[in-house]
Design a protein around this ligand. Structure first.
Ligand code: SF4
Length: 702
């Protein structure tokens, strides 16, 4: 962290999972200069529009500066005593599963670690879930059942070194812009590299592709079953690899063969046979292939099976664990990966250990000296809010997220919070749509003020460093949780002096009785002193103590299943969304380039808002003509769960019969455009991730 400019601090962007390094330099006039960190291996100095505008989104005017009880300013002692007493009382009267935490891929690994430790080791409930459930839970589930571990095998360099890069359900150009810039630079250097984009919409990424497959919603599993069949037909199965390192190939092939027929595949995917044939030929015959997938895969009622269908193709061909190959899940949030590492999902334990695994529970119990380690999975996000609605969860602490806008059936979430006997909200701003439901509001440290680490999509741990003073009474999230834990009688496990101390314990747990049995091991970092933690340069795990660092997993063909072999799975396509005469459109939701989540920060930047200034709905011109809708008309969109009024944007980027609406706008910007209020709370049965991209919907001119 040594920089030539006085006052300059190396830190990490708080938006997407690319995890770009940022250099922040406060100026004497109180503003901050932001630049890309040229030494950071994720971005080498590049920043996208959102990262460049970080200084404009520091939100000093809307900060939550003091604790509040019942909307009135309170002292920290009063607020903490109230929260601890209500949680303890609820647990006493209704059991440990009557309380819950709902946290965020925005909080730092150290915050996440302390929250998870409190719930799963001391309260004795796994009712802690995170908004990362909406982001990549299907990838986690897919990785676990195939690799035996939640491992992203590759690195960003693999995307640059591939001869064929396939983006599935990922608008990388807008959602992970700096990574896409790296891809484009690699294509300029290596013109033989091919880019295929599989997406129902003609996105900015699709426009740059050599081949765009405008797939029908949820056609991905069928497509990758067809790809596996094509791989077999082309003689591209790596028999030596599959015999040595995998199991389940025969059953996976049997499930795939019906999709060898191009006409059947065309019917299942909505793609024309020429495009299908071109893709299958490339996919079967290109050794150096990377398949990148994101929300179009994960946010689906069949998301885990989509992931498995992709992993099957890479394992069947042995295209994994080698340079320029591999499946690659890109995470939406800055610290979705760090949250996974500490066990921040309701179905994880800690340090990539498993809930329900008695040996793992024993490791965690002894390491934490914990009185009550959770033994069974807790409630996943959608189920958690359902439990709030029906009174099973009676005290809820929401940290760094805005579920009243971001969860599906968002109006139902608001109603659940209204009924909940006790809601705590930790946030940095006062005016989210969730904040009015808080019985106690706790002011959190914001980006630029807090200290800790995040992990990006390629397993790279980077420091977020504070370079601004904490305003008012704002405190880090980990401090808030620790103070509550102490007041609940758990002082012994919660005496961390700073973020560095938490990180050391997290690193030590990752290595505790590990000996290569678990993928997540950063034991080499467990002895970092405070100064070394402060200076920590970006590092990629695994980093076991005493072993040479490796950047890529599975190079030796060894996986973390009991047999040591990767499991190919026989999967089948999920059912298509049920359209009706009343709801004849498929509504796809997603992001735009210059906004982040529910806009609590980016929405305040005029520069960012100038890109796309108001909520809109993309409609195919043929549908618009049929319904008498003209460009820029106001249109009403409705589903079984809610409605929204949006500006009509007529474009052939969407297919006839489909609509696209961004999910960013909220009550503070446009109460009529809370798109997640329309999305049904339909989830993948394995991962619990909501299907946010295929809601049956009605459309009419207002
Ligand atoms: Fe931040 Fe992602 Fe943009 Fe990088 S690509 S500057 S991490 S939003």
């Amino acid at each position: 962290n040594t920089l030539a400019t006085p006052g300059a601090t190396r830190t990490t962007c708080p938006y997407c999972g690319v995890g770009c390094g940022v250099v922040a330099t406060p100026r004497p006039d109180g503003t901050v200069a932001i630049a890309g960190d040229e030494t950071h291996p994720a971005n080498f100095g590049r920043l996208c529009s959102k990262g460049s505008a970080l200084a404009e989104t520091l939100v000093p005017d809307r900060r939550l500066l003091h604790p509040q009880i019942g909307g009135e300013r309170a002292s920290w002692d009063a607020a903490l005593d109230t929260v601890a007493a209500r949680f303890a009382e609820t647990i006493r009267d209704h059991g440990p599963d009557s309380v819950a935490l709902y946290v965020s891929g925005q909080i730092l690994t150290e915050d996440y670690y302390v929250a998870n430790k409190l719930m799963k080791g001391f309260v004795g409930s796994a009712n802690i879930d995170t908004n990362s459930r909406l982001c990549m839970a299907s990838s986690v589930a897919g990785h676990k059942r195939t690799f035996g571990s939640d491992t992203v095998p590759g690195t960003y360099e693999d995307l640059e070194e591939a001869d064929l890069l396939v983006l599935v359900g990922s608008n990388l150009a807008w959602c992970h812009p700096v990574l896409f810039q790296r891809v484009q630079a690699a294509r300029a250097r290596r013109p033989q590299m091919r880019l295929v984009v599989i997406d129902p919409r003609e996105t900015a990424s699709a426009r740059e592709a050599d081949l765009h497959l405008p797939i029908r919603a949820d056609g991905d599993t069928a497509l990758f079953l067809g790809a596996l069949a094509a791989i077999e037909a082309a003689g591209a199965i790596d028999r030596a690899y599959t015999q040595a390192h995998t199991e389940g190939l025969d059953a996976a092939l049997e499930a795939a063969r019906p999709f060898a027929d191009l006409d059947r595949l065309a019917e299942a995917t909505g793609l024309d046979t020429d495009k299908l044939a071109a893709f299958l030929d490339l996919y079967a015959h290109t050794d150096k292939t990377v398949t990148v997938y994101s929300q179009g895969v994960n946010q689906s009622a069949g998301g885990t099976d989509k992931v498995s269908a992709i992993l099957n193709c890479h394992l069947a061909t042995g295209r994994i664990g080698k340079s320029g190959t591999g499946p690659f899940s890109v995470t939406g949030q800055p610290n979705a990966m760090g949250g996974r590492e500490v066990g921040g999902l309701a179905n994880q334990l800690a340090a990539h250990m498993d809930l329900g695994n008695l040996a793992h529970a024993d490791v965690v119990r002894r390491f934490w000296n914990a009185p009550s380690v959770a033994q069974t999975p807790g409630l996943k996000a959608v189920d958690l809010f359902q439990a709030v609605a029906d009174g099973r969860v009676r005290a809820l602490w929401i940290m760094g997220t805005n579920p009243v806008d971001s969860l599906p059936q968002a109006d139902g979430v608001a109603e659940a919070l209204r009924r909940c006997p006790f809601v705590v909200v930790s946030d940095v701003v006062t005016d989210t749509d969730t904040m009015p439901f808080a019985h106690v509001a706790l002011p959190s440290a914001a980006w630029g003020e807090k200290d800790g680490t995040v992990t990006n999509s390629e397993r790279r741990i980077s420091r977020q460093r504070g370079y601004l003073a904490l305003p008012g009474d704002a405190r880090p999230d980990w401090w808030q949780i620790q103070e509550i834990a102490k007041r609940m009688g758990f002082a012994k496990g919660f005496d961390f002096a700073n973020a560095a101390a938490i990180f050391r314990e997290h690193a030590a747990l990752s290595a505790f009785e590990n000996e290569g049995t678990r993928d997540f091991d950063i034991g080499a970092l467990k002895t970092l002193d405070d100064a070394a933690y402060e200076a920590l340069a970006p590092v990629q795990w695994p980093m076991p103590a005493g072993a040479a660092p490796t950047t890529r997993f599975f190079a030796d063909g060894r996986f973390f299943t009991p047999s040591g072999r990767a499991k190919l799975l026989a999967v089948a396509p999920a059912e298509a969304p049920a359209l009706t005469a009343e709801r004849p459109f498929v509504l796809n939701t997603g992001r735009i380039r210059d906004q982040w989540h529910t806009m609590t920060r980016t929405g305040r930047s005029p520069r960012l808002s100038a890109h796309l200034a108001e909520p809109f709905c993309e409609i195919h011109p043929a549908d618009a003509e049929r319904l008498g809708i003209a460009e820029a008309d106001l249109v009403s969109l409705s589903t079984d769960h809610g409605g929204a009024t949006l500006r009509a944007l007529l474009t052939p980027r969407v297919a006839p019969g489909t609509l696209f609406a961004p999910m960013h706008w909220t009550g503070q910007f446009s109460g009529a455009a809370r798109v997640n209020a329309l999305v049904p709370a339909r989830t993948d049965p394995i991962s619990g991730q909501p299907a946010s991209k295929a809601a049956p919907a009605a459309l009419r001119r207002v």
